[in-house]
Design a protein around this ligand. Structure first.
Ligand SMILES: [Zn+2]
Length: 435
C-alpha cells in the first residue's frame, strides 16, 4: 500500500519543530536588525513584531489566547501589545456587542486579532515571459488580484513598463499603506537581477530598477517564481507544518526549493533550486541552459510537447495543458503524458534520495500531470527511490494555492522584511500626497 497522500491537503498546524525553527530565525533576524533588545522600548518592539508575525502566520485565525500561549507571553502583556498594534492600524480585534455588526459584515469571530482594513499592503507581481499579474496582499495573506495581462504585452521591456504603470496605479489606490513590492520572476535571481531569464531581453536586468520603482515605499524584492511558489506552499498551502519539504514547480522548465522549518535554502547567491537542470533522467541532448541531458527536457512543458511531437508555439504551458486534457481520448497525447509522468516520478525519487524531505509539494504542471496520471508518476518515483525509503515514501502533495502560489510567495518576501522591529518602526507611513 502506497502512502501517497489523498488530494485533501493536511490541515494540521505547524509542528513544534517548525515553530521553534521559525522563532529562532525570527529572533536572529530581530537581533541582527536591532542589536540585543536591552531597553524596555526595544523589548516591546521585539514583542510587537513577534506577535504580529504570529498573527500573520496564523492567517488571522488564531485567538488571542492561542497567540498568547504560542509566544509564551503573560496575559497582561498580550493585552497591551494587542491594544498597541490595533491603535497603529496594524490589526483589528473585534470584541463584544459594539462590534456585532462589523463582525457579521466582515465574517469574523470575536477575540481573534486579524488584519486592519486600513493596514499594511504588500504588492506582488507574478512576471512571466508572456503575461503578468499584479495583486495586493494584506497581513494574514488575504489576496486581491488587481490586474492580469495575458500574452499581447509586446517586448520584454514593454512588459516591464506596463507592470511599473500598474504598480504606480496600485500605489495610488492603497496610498500610505504599501510596505513593499515582491516580484516573482522566471529566472534565477542574484542580487535582485535576472541572471538567466526565459526572455533574452531580460538578461541581467535589475528588477527594481527596470520597474522604475526607485521611490517606492518599502523595499522592492525579487525572487525566482518556483522558489516563491514553494515558500508560499510552506507558509500557507500544502506544505504547511512539514518540517523539511521539497517543492517542485513545473512550467516551461522545472524549479523549486528545499525548505526547512518553512525557511527556504536559497543558496549562496539566491539561485538554488534549479532542479530542472540536473540530468535526472539520463538524456544526452543539449538544453537551453547550456548543459546536456537536463530533466526538464523530459519532464517540463517542453518535454511534454516533444513527446507529443508538437512544435512550441506561443504559450507552452497552455499547449502542455491541452495535451494533458486530451490524453484520455487521444493516443499520441496519452503516450506523451505517460512519458512525462514517469520522467517526473523518476526525478522526484532521485531528489528524495539526495535531500530526504518529509514530503514533496507539486505545483504548476507537476500537479496537473500527477492528477492525470498518479499511478505512472508513483511508479517512476518508487523505481528510483532507495529501497529503505520505499515502505514509507515521502508523500506527494499537490498545491493547494494553485495560480496564486508565486504571488503569495512574493508577498511573503515583503512581509518578512516588514515584520521586524525595524520594519514596524516605519509604520504608519507618512501620508502620501497623491493626485
Ligand atoms: Zn538545462
Amino acid at each position: 500500500m502506497f502512502l501517497l497522500a489523498e488530494r485533501a491537503p493536511p490541515t494540521r498546524r505547524p509542528g513544534a519543530a517548525v515553530r521553534a525553527a521559525r522563532r529562532a530565525w525570527h529572533d536572529r533576524t530581530v537581533r541582527k536588525d536591532e542589536g540585543a533588545a536591552t531597553t524596555s522600548a526595544e523589548l516591546r518592539a521585539h514583542n510587537l513584531a513577534r506577535l504580529l508575525r504570529a498573527i500573520h502566520d496564523g492567517g488571522g485565525r488564531l485567538t488571542r489566547a492561542e497567540l498568547t500561549r504560542q509566544l509564551s507571553l503573560a496575559r497582561g502583556t498580550a493585552t497591551v501589545l494587542v491594544r498597541d498594534l490595533a491603535g497603529r492600524r496594524l490589526i483589528e480585534e473585534l470584541s463584544g456587542m459594539a462590534d456585532a455588526t462589523v463582525q457579521r459584515t466582515r465574517g469574523r469571530p470575536t477575540g481573534v486579532p486579524s488584519s486592519h482594513p486600513e493596514g499594511p499592503v504588500a504588492l506582488a507581481v507574478d512576471l512571466r515571459d508572456d503575461s503578468y499579474t499584479v495583486a495586493a496582499f494584506e497581513l494574514t495573506g488575504r489576496c486581491t488580484v488587481l490586474h492580469r495581462q495575458e500574452r499581447d504585452a509586446g517586448s520584454g521591456a514593454g512588459v516591464l513598463s506596463d507592470v511599473a504603470e500598474q504598480l504606480r496605479a496600485a500605489g495610488r489606490r492603497f496610498a500610505g499603506r504599501v510596505v513593499g513590492v515582491g516580484v516573482a520572476v522566471p529566472s534565477p535571481v542574484n542580487g535582485g537581477a535576472m541572471v538567466q531569464p526565459t526572455l533574452p531581453d531580460w538578461q541581467d536586468i535589475d528588477v527594481a530598477a527596470a520597474l522604475g520603482l526607485g521611490h517606492a515605499p518599502g523595499p522592492v524584492l525579487a525572487g525566482n517564481d518556483a522558489t516563491l511558489a514553494g515558500l508560499a506552499e510552506a507558509r500557507r498551502g500544502a506544505l504547511r507544518g512539514v518540517s523539511v519539504a521539497l517543492h517542485l514547480h513545473v512550467a516551461t522548465g522545472i524549479g523549486g526549493v528545499l525548505l526547512s522549518g518553512g525557511l527556504p535554502a536559497t543558496g549562496a547567491h539566491g539561485s538554488a533550486g534549479e532542479f530542472g537542470h540536473m540530468p535526472l533522467t539520463g538524456g544526452e541532448e543539449r538544453c537551453r541552459c547550456g548543459c546536456v541531458g537536463c530533466w526538464e527536457l523530459d519532464a517540463g512543458a517542453r518535454g511534454l510537447l516533444r513527446a507529443a511531437g508538437q512544435a512550441e508555439q506561443g504559450d507552452r504551458v497552455l499547449q502542455a495543458e491541452q495535451i494533458i486534457a486530451a490524453a484520455a481520448t487521444d493516443r499520441s497525447a496519452g503516450r506523451a503524458l505517460a512519458h512525462v509522468a514517469k520522467a517526473l516520478g523518476r526525478g522526484i525519487g532521485s531528489l528524495v534520495n539526495a535531500l530526504d524531505p518529509e514530503a514533496v509539494g507539486l505545483s504548476g504542471l507537476a500537479a496537473r500531470v500527477y492528477d492525470a496520471a498518479p499511478d505512472l508518476v508513483t511508479a517512476g518515483y518508487l523505481s528510483t527511490l532507495m529501497r529503505f525509503r520505499r515502505d514509507s515514501p515521502p508523500a506527494l502533495l499537490p498545491s493547494t494555492l494553485g495560480g496564486i502560489s508565486a504571488l503569495t510567495g512574493a508577498s511573503e518576501l515583503v512581509f518578512d522584511a516588514f515584520l521586524t522591529a525595524r520594519g514596524l518602526g516605519a509604520w504608519p507611513a507618512p501620508e502620501q500626497k497623491t493626485a
